[in-house]
Ligand binder design. Sequence first.
Ligand code: NAD
Length: 252
Amino acid sequence: AGTLAGRVAVVTGGASGIGLGLARALARRGAQVLLADLAGAEAAADMLRAEGLAAEGIAADVSSEVATAAMAEAAETRFGGLDILVNNAGIYATLTPKPFEELDLAEWRRVLEVNVMGTFLCCRAVLPAMQRRGGGRIVNISSGVAFKGNPYMAHYVASKGAVVSLTRALATELGRHGILVNSVAPGFTLSEGVLRNPVLVEGVKGPSLRGRVLARDMLPEDLTGAVCFFAGPDAAFITGQTLVVDGGAYFH
Ligand code: NAD
């Protein structure tokens, strides 16, 4: 039994990349994990179950109020409750960097809709279930670019800044329910999605690595400690915070 034994976690965007890595880490610490993703996450859940972990998958678009409500309900139906939400779903790896004057407005709307409103909707959807458990933990995945800035992704940078502020706002409202809300801001991470996007790999990897104290590639596993910390007993008096995990590229 690990530090999260008896806990039920929902990880959005859990079918691949960082989300799958986070789900695996939570499950290894004893949590039962529901992986939610746009087209479902059965294959990822199968993979975790084959590793002896407790995992199930569900299809859910985080920008849909109906789907996020069904996601929270599924955690209770399948695992008997809901204690931890990791808001990891986001649009990033599929973006093509563009000068801000060329950004497509429809893309701007969708990035904000998924990254910000999606986080908001998931938080709202899990609230009743967490209240039934007498408390909970929410960990939002922001990005180091919220602090450092980053050219050619103004919509994405704005969305991740909003995730930091939303984390603070919700922390002030949810503390009275015993729900702690924190955020993790990763540096450039070689996730599956990023590796499929050569523009990102070539354009960001070099400068990003040069700006890091720990000069190696960052992998999804580098984020698991911070997320599991915020989800676990050692963070019982911490809320509204954002922890930058980037190998020492941005200090604040
Ligand atoms: P990814 O593209 O590999 O994975 C994102 C996952 O989210 C995918 O499985 C995708 O299907 C899912 N998703 C997208 N829209 C969704 C929606 N509307 N509803 C449900 N699921 C949806 O990306 P990643 O690199 O693993 O990134 C994961 C998170 O980490 C994102 O929030 C991203 O912004 C953040 N992040 C990534 C990096 C990086 O360098 N990779 C750095 C900082 C922050």
